[in-house]
Design a protein around this ligand. Structure first.
Ligand code: RUQ
Ligand code: CUA
Length: 659
């Protein structure tokens, strides 16, 4: 009884602290004195490059933001799940298929975790993956073009949160469901949660040469909320660790009802073993319907295909490959140290950080030291798997990253601090306040075998008074911390795009050297490409009008078009003929009820426009591309839908020809 009471008091205390922490009150708002050398450490001279790329998830913006580190300069926002009118992503005919799903066209998502592809457990700078949390998807972005190349939907999943973490050689990226749902999804009473709701853990195969994704298999596990995950490495290579909460299987008021038990779990999945079982025919092919969207850099176009089946396995199909490790109080992060020996659980309401030893897990499994099972999945005993606990780790420990010197760094949301501790001894050696309410933290390579160390990025949920006020809405913020010495030092604050959850960092030279500068015009296989001005033309097919247009400094060709009628469907296929780095051209027309086009050198993009009423409609290039950019314009004459004005156009090529 006394024990229960103590727990209730502890929980109440945490809730109070949570509220205080969440409000950013009760602490100095000006922060610690900055070390006098901080400006030199973050100042990147004009014209000089940053040392690292930081790929910071855009959270509810649905995008991925790329920063230079240590300067905190925003280099680029890569559109992934959200339409981006600035460059036509999700608006152009070529990119619309990328946002296709089994629910139809979806213009937005919530992207939480970015994860670099790896070779031998170290980021290799080829691709970066990012999850779509709301309509379960995983995207792959090329670090050659900094564009989204592929998006695959995840069937039987809802709230794709423990995603898209990768195995040490990126054989797989995983996608664990946060919300359990009926599999397959159907109309059942919500109160039938315990019998009908399941948690799908999906293993997506990644082709080593081109990165193409396909679902390898899906594990249908008990209906918990699978929160985060990380792959094993080194000795634990072949395993994946998924944290989960709500082992109470509550389906209402989770805030209270999913916080009943003292411990939830980290699920250990022997994916190598399951891969073998799948290869030998285990599991069943379940009917499904999910989108697979691929963008082709030669055709400059995307295709969307619906896939109709998925290989599913139940716990009974994979005996000896799944185990539950008890983990205190609603775990969040599941992080594996660089040696691959330790698995660290972050418990949102826990007062310690448990550190599990892989070796101990293996011997506990060997000795069958189980504490019962759930759906046939053995539960290991907490103490037999535990290497030790970090005491006094800060309140609300969420996520842990690692440096190259044997230290771990844990974010504490409630007490708004980063806590540094020694992995081998679990002793806390340093702590630094952050402003405020840190979620994830990132060290370049900090979830890999070889962290680069040096910097830590704290991604904070609440900004409050850190920047000039901007009305009720303040951007989330990041803080850069120097971790090269014994003591952490705060270097820099900068606002972020959307709400970053996770991020990744990599030395710039691993990525910059492969950056694509132009698309070769002779390799352009777009069916509506216009590779030379002499081919610029306008073609009517019934009420559809195709404009084959070229853009080169400083004219659009054709520049005057007549014979288009109100309610025609007009497609502007604009090819940028430039073969020079950083010379995009833009395109739009008055009354355009769509986005603009922003066309890279050698690329073709298409915008659809349906003029509604007769008149003269100017069009122009939107990107200030040359001294005569303002001259880069033209007119379209739109006639009544019953008129018989023939299609005519003037091309720059012809004009010069007749001179
Ligand atoms: S979460 S702030 Cu979406 Cu990764 Cu922990
Ligand atoms: Cu092309 Cu301005």
């Amino acid at each position: 009884m006394g024990k229960v009471k103590n727990h209730v008091i502890a929980l109440l205390l945490l809730v109070i602290l949570f509220i205080i922490g969440g409000c950013g009150k009760g602490k100095s708002t000006k922060g610690p004195l900055i070390e006098s050398d901080a400006p030199n450490k973050v100042y990147v001279e004009p014209g000089k490059y940053d040392e690292f790329y930081g790929f910071v998830s855009g959270g509810f913006s649905g995008q991925l933001a790329v920063y230079g580190l240590p300067s905190g300069r925003l280099l680029r926002v890569i559109p992934v799940y959200s339409q981006n009118a600035e460059n036509g992503w999700g608006y152009t005919e070529e990119t619309k298929p990328m946002l296709n799903t089994s629910y139809g066209f979806i213009p937005w998502d919530d992207s939480h975790h970015s994860e670099l592809s790896m070779k031998d457990g170290v980021p290799d700078g080829k691709w970066i993956f990012i999850n779509g949390n709301n309509t379960p998807r995983v995207a792959r972005i090329s670090l050659g073009t900094f564009r989204t190349e592929e998006i695959i939907e995840i069937p039987n999943s809802a709230g794709n949160h423990s995603s898209p973490f990768t195995t040490p050689n990126s054989d797989y990226v995983v996608a664990g469901t946060r919300f359990s749902i009926p599999v397959e999804n159907r109309d059942v009473p919500i109160s039938s949660y315990k019998e009908n709701f399941k948690g799908a853990l999906t293993f997506i195969k990644v082709a080593p040469d081109n990165g193409k994704m396909s679902i390898g298999f899906q594990l249908i596990t008990p209906g918990f909320d699978y929160d985060l995950s990380h792959a094993g490495k080194g000795p634990s290579d072949g395993w994946f660790f998924f944290s989960c909460y709500n082992s109470e299987q509550a389906h209402t008021l989770l805030e209270v009802n999913a916080s009943q038990k003292d411990k939830d779990f980290i699920m250990a999945v022997n994916w190598k073993k399951i891969e073998e079982l799948v290869a030998s025919g285990k599991g069943t092919d379940m009917t499904a319907n999910y989108a697979h969207n691929v963008y082709d850099d030669k055709k400059h176009s995307a295709t969307s295909e619906m896939i109709k089946k998925v290989r599913v396995l139940k716990p009974a199909d994979v005996q000896g490959a799944l185990y539950y490790i008890p983990c205190p109080k609603s775990p969040h992060g599941a992080d594996v140290d660089p040696t691959g020996e330790y698995i660290v659980g972050g418990g949102k309401l826990a007062t310690v950080i448990p550190v599990f030893a892989f070796k101990k897990m293996v011997s506990a499994i060997g000795n069958k030291e189980f504490d019962g099972d759930i759906d046939g999945i053995p539960i290991l005993k907490y103490e037999t798997v535990l290497a030790g606990e970090v005491k006094d780790p800060g309140l609300g420990p969420l996520h842990t990253e690692f440096d190259d010197k044997g230290f771990a760094y844990t974010s504490a949301f409630v007490s708004s601090e980063i806590v540094k501790w020694k992995v081998e001894t679990r002793e806390v050696v340093d702590r630094l306040p952050v402003y405020y309410s840190v979620g994830h933290l990132m060290i370049p390579g900090g979830d890999s075998k070889k962290p680069w160390g040096k910097y830590l990025l704290s991604m904070n949920k609440i900004t409050k008074d850190r920047f000039l006020p901007t009305g009720p809405e303040l951007n989330q913020s990041a803080q850069l911390i120097d971790i090269s010495g014994e003591k952490m030092k705060l270097l820099l604050d900068f606002p972020t795009v959307g709400e970053p959850h996770y991020a990744q960092g990599i030395p710039a030279d691993l990525v910059a050297k492969n950056s694509v500068k132009i698309f070769k015009i002779e390799e352009n296989q777009h069916p509506y490409a216009t590779k030379s001005e002499k081919d610029a033309r306008v073609v009517r097919e019934g009420n559809i009008v195709h404009v084959y247009m070229t853009a080169i400094r400083s004219h659009l060709s054709p520049d005057n078009i007549e014979g288009v009628k109100a309610s025609d469907e007009v497609y502007f296929h604009v090819t940028n003929l430039e073969q020079d780095w950083d010379i995009p051209h833009g395109f739009t027309i008055m009354g355009n009820d769509n986005s603009e086009l922003l066309i890279m050198p050698g690329e073709t993009c298409t915008i659809k426009w349906t003029p509604k009423s007769p008149g003269i409609y100017p069009f122009y290039c939107t990107d200030f591309c040359s001294a005569l950019h303002q001259e880069m314009q033209g007119y379209m004459r739109v006639s009544d839908k019953n008129s018989n004005v023939p299609i005519t156009f003037s091309s720059n090529y012809k004009k010069e020809d007749t001179k």
